[in-house]
Design a protein around this ligand. Structure first.
Ligand code: GDG
Length: 736
């Protein structure tokens, strides 16, 4: 039976060795809970690092550890202390983490870190390959394991692989500074589905893929060789019920059952009933903006001194990555800041900041969430931020105000919170005042919306949506309506070809018989192509047509003396048996003078683009422009042209990095069907790579063999991956 394999840096189980004995307790983190529905029964396996280095693992406990982990559906990857240094504390947390959170100044590009990262990713990939079968589904998590999908794909070309990034994906301008950027992108593209928290991260990723790897991206599909990779956003939710139930239970707690921490909070509230409690909870990480928040708090108290002695900020900073120098410095900075502000502003009855540098048990977390009037979360960058969601979930009576940084992924879904820019102290001071004075009704109205949404999009829904999208992808959704032209299909077609007496072939030129060139005039036919076309053309049972959007001068120069039949400018001109071109369609070209200045203005504003003028059409080429910019301009041009044209005689065609304006009654479909009507053919074949070829695929009869070059949506019956495969295919027909 096929199973689901989950891979993350850490396993969802805590191992403890004491007095030679071993205990394994499941951890309760968001991911572990979220994966409950996926990681259940015997049909799933979770692979990751156990938290114990090889050096810390007594040899005699090795098999006991494996057994204990197996009980929780887990298997470990063994890592040495050195590997953890280079892979986790090094590349993951001194390169990727700061870079992806826009902290370029903290980002270290160390070749040694990178090498260890690669080899550890390979260890994870090997463990997966060892423990999985071809038909298993694999879900890889987070920035520590970005190379794993491709490493697994190499050995398991048909396995379904998903990847989810829990942190932001930065803009191209940031990402491109990394020396190993292409390798990282290629690593991720080993997946079938890549998920991000927000659409913006998805957009940034696609932009980097397009610009750095030059791959074709259409909507949220990436086309790579013969594969399509789906990219989508799946905002992660929380275990809503768990937080809500805990808060309800907390509310019902008899006074004598309160935690010590709750007693302290209650005492404080009783001693100063009109004070407001503000909480902030984060790992001690520079991305969370803790130091800025403390500064902003001081700014607030100075701007609105009436709130001195009336508000208290509780900071819970959970120790994190304390082996990394930046985190040690941050710890020092925060210690000093809290010390200075408390020293300066405290009174006999009041300390403005309560600061806890520790991790608290879940129970105390609920004490904090439920006792505070305001949650103030100010990350400078945060993939999602689950604390914001947890705070809202615990507000049983719907009171409480959430102030949330707009730099957190969760801000996209939590519009009813008070959203702030963490760098704007003025705005934060005013927002704190607004939160303190917000009427209860308003608090409740805002939180009602938030709670409903959080309840619906909980973490289980998140995991299931990701898995469903991955399964759908592997079952083959509607990405292609055509079938891959496999060797066995090709053999059948060759037989059909050999057995037929009157064949008609339509071959597109650019992108089909030959690749693209920066300068279209340089995409000249090579000797091998001439030879192949000669062989097809010289067969008396075959009528060969080159069918192209190109101008007649170029094809005259390249092919006229070869006497191939040719249709150019999408069907305006035809030449047969070496005769000069004559008009196939009667078209008018007066409109061209009007359209030309529009195209020229786009050339002026889009470096790298140019106009190709043909007799009855005009094309704006943007292959050599910056891909994102070119695409943007193309969309703009399309809008301008469509509104200008406004009648049926002229139409705009979106080709492969070219936008062509031409008479509507001219297209390759119409031209090919006209040729088809001139004789009684028993084998019809058409092949092409872009939008303009779709007219042929559409209009030729169903019995025709139609083939699309490249992985794109098409009306053709089959597809082949690239121009190399086109040549192979034609060679096989010749040999047949
Ligand atoms: C990464 C991304 C993304 C915190 N202190 C204590 C404690 N916590 C729990 C919270 C919450 C979790 O830790 C923190 O999650 P966040 O989402 O806020 O942040 P990161 O740890 O940075 O997580 C982040 C997340 O991945 C998921 O994709 O949202 O953007 O950076 O669940 O409740 N739990 C306990 N004691 C504490 O003292 N028990």
């Amino acid at each position: 039976m096929s199973k689901t394999i989950i891979i993350s840096n850490r396993l969802p189980v805590q191992l403890q060795i004491s007095d030679g004995g071993l205990t394994a307790t499941p951890s309760v983190g968001g991911l572990a809970t979220g994966m409950k529905s996926v990681h259940s029964g015997g049909e799933s396996l979770w692979i990751g690092w156990s938290g114990l280095t090889e050096e810390d693992t007594p040899a005699d406990l090795e098999s006991e550890i494996d057994k204990a982990l197996a009980k929780h559906g887990c298997a470990k990857v063994n890592l040495t202390a050195n590997e953890i240094d280079g892979f986790y504390f090094g590349f993951s947390n001194r390169t990727i983490w700061p870079l992806f959170h826009y902290f370029l100044e903290y980002t270290e590009f160390e070749l040694d870190f990178w090498n260890v990262y690669k080899s550890v990713n390979q260890k994870f990939a090997d463990a997966i390959i060892e423990q999985s079968n071809e038909d298993d589904t694999i879900w890889v998590h987070d920035y520590q394991l970005m190379l794993v999908p491709q490493m697994v794909r190499e050995k398991r070309p048909n396995t379904s692989i998903g990847f989810f990034l829990h942190i932001p994906f930065p803009s191209y301008e940031i990402f491109r500074t990394m020396p190993w950027r292409e390798e990282v992108l290629e690593g991720l593209l080993g997946s079938d589905l890549i998920g991000f928290h927000t659409y913006d991260y998805e957009r940034h990723f696609l932009s980097s893929v397009r610009r750095l790897l030059g791959l074709e991206v259409s909507f949220n599909d990436v086309y790579q060789d013969h594969r399509v990779i789906k990219v989508d956003s799946f905002p992660m939710g929380i275990d809503y019920k768990k937080f809500r139930d805990a808060a309800i239970a907390h509310g019902k707690n008899a006074p004598e059952n309160r935690s010590d921490f709750q007693i302290k909070l209650d005492d404080h509230k009783a001693s100063a009933p009109d004070t407001k409690l503000i909480i902030s909870i984060d790992r001690l990480d520079y991305s969370k903006g803790i130091a800025k928040r403390i500064n902003a708090f001081e700014y607030f108290l100075n701007k609105y001194p009436q709130y001195k002695e009336k508000v208290r900020l509780i900071i819970l900073a959970v120790p994190s990555r304390s082996n990394v120098p930046q985190y040690q410095l941050l710890k020092k900075e925060i210690d000093e800041l809290v010390g200075r502000i408390n020293g300066e502003l405290s009174t006999v009855n009041w300390t403005p900041i309560w600061y806890f540098y520790r991790s608290m048990p879940f129970e105390n977390l609920i004490d904090l969430y439920t006792s505070s009037d305001i949650a103030w979360l100010t990350p400078l960058r945060d993939g999602m931020n689950l604390v914001a969601k947890e705070y809202i979930a615990t507000r049983i009576d719907k009171t409480g105000v959430l102030i949330l940084s707009e730099m957190a992924g969760s801000a996209y879904e939590m519009n009813e919170a008070l959203l702030i820019n963490p760098n704007n102290f003025e705005q934060q001071a005013d927002t704190l005042k607004q939160a303190i004075t917000m009427p209860k009704e308003e608090q409740m109205a805002r939180n009602m919306f938030l709670q409903n949404r959080l309840e619906r999009y909980n973490v289980e829904v998140w995991a299931n949506e990701f898995m469903n999208a991955l399964n759908q992808k592997s079952e083959g959704d509607d990405t292609f309506v055509s079938q891959k032209l496999s060797n066995s299909i090709l053999n059948q077609i060759s037989k059909q070809y050999a057995g037929s007496k009157k064949r008609l072939l339509f071959l597109d030129y650019d992108g089909t018989l030959t690749g693209f060139h920066k300068d279209p005039q340089k995409a000249t036919p090579d000797a091998e192509l001439y030879k192949l076309l000669d062989q097809l053309h010289n067969d008396k049972n075959t009528t060969l047509f080159l069918i192209s959007g190109r101008d007649k001068q170029t094809f005259t120069k390249w092919f006229l003396d070869k006497k191939y039949n040719m249709i150019v400018e999408h069907g305006v001109w035809i030449s047969t048996e070496g005769e000069p071109f004559r008009m196939l369609e009667n078209v008018k070209g007066e409109w061209m003078e009007k359209i030309k200045p529009v195209l020229e203005s786009f050339v002026d504003r889009t470096p790298g683009s140019f106009i190709e003028e043909k007799n009855y059409s005009m094309a704006w080429h943007y292959r050599n422009t910056d891909p994102d910019f070119g695409q943007k301009r193309a969309t703009e041009l399309n809008t301008v042209l469509t509104s200008l044209i406004g009648n049926d005689d002229i139409s705009v065609l979106n080709g492969n990095k070219v936008m062509e304006v031409k008479s509507s009654n001219v297209n390759k479909g119409r031209a090919s069907v006209r040729m088809l009507g001139e004789d009684d053919y028993d084998f019809v074949f058409a092949i092409g790579d872009d939008w303009t070829d779709e007219f042929m695929f559409q209009e030729l009869p169903d019995s025709a063999v139609t083939v699309k070059v490249g992985l794109k949506k098409t009306q053709a019956r089959y597809y082949v991956e690239n121009t190399k495969r086109v040549r192979d295919l034609l060679h096989q027909l010749v040999d047949a």
